[in-house]
Ligand binder design. Sequence first.
Ligand code: 2AM
Ligand code: CA
Length: 265
Amino acid sequence: MDWERIDRHAKQWTEEAGNRIRSSFDKTLNVQTKSNPNDLVTNMDKEIEQFFITQIKKTYPDHQILGEEGYGDEIKEQKGIVWMLDPIDGTMNFIHQQRNFAISLGVYEDGIGKIGYVYDVVHNELYHAIKGKGAFLNGKRLPMLKEAKMEEAIIALNATWVVENKRIDHNLMIPLVRDARGTRSYGTAALELIYVATGRVDAYISLRLAPWDYAGGALIVEELGGVVTNLRGGKLDFLSKDSVFAAKPGLHETILKKYLKDGKW
Ligand code: 2AM
Ligand code: CA
């Protein structure tokens, strides 16, 4: 497998997609809702996913694509090469703020992450990892993560999980929020994983993400020595939705043992 060639294409298409998103800012967005009134999609989410699919299918006809907007393939098993794509992660931010969103891409072989890209389009920051070779910001190598203590930790998590909700007993989250130095919510899983990778936050927790949200970012965190699992401490699932817990080394184990062990996540 020529991974250097695949990586060149992944980078080229991600940058081209970023340019398209940037030039859409002066045009009128068409916003629609999906499963509920707050589940949003725009013409740009669809256009960017279709752009990637056209390029990938033309260049690599035997590769498969798992995309959020559903124009890709139905993936039933972790076999062969699968491109996992979120054309715009943080769509609500994209619509309301024109910032705090990213293109997220992970290329996996037999379920193992090989290439990850997360592109913060507005800041022109292209984050990139290659399995076993480290992670980079705009081509410059990123430093490895250091251990962090709970009492000095900033944890990224959505307030949804700290008030009564359908998914978890929110009381279990209260000690975690109380003991951390601070919490932050950015509304974009891909960038929140990047904030863990770059040490801007120390951990990130979400109870409900899909493979396209974390396929790119998880590899980038892991290449820098961070740990990414679900909230049960198990391996992430790339065939269905899952919870996600990413943290600096050491802190991951501490939080898992002290704060997450009693949850039915
Ligand atoms: P999206 O913007 O691509 O939909 C917001 O906290 C983060 O969670 C975003 O990364 C968002 O991705 C993701 N997200 C929101 N609702 C989701 C759902 N129902 N399933 C999976 N991911 C979701
Ligand atoms: Ca999306």
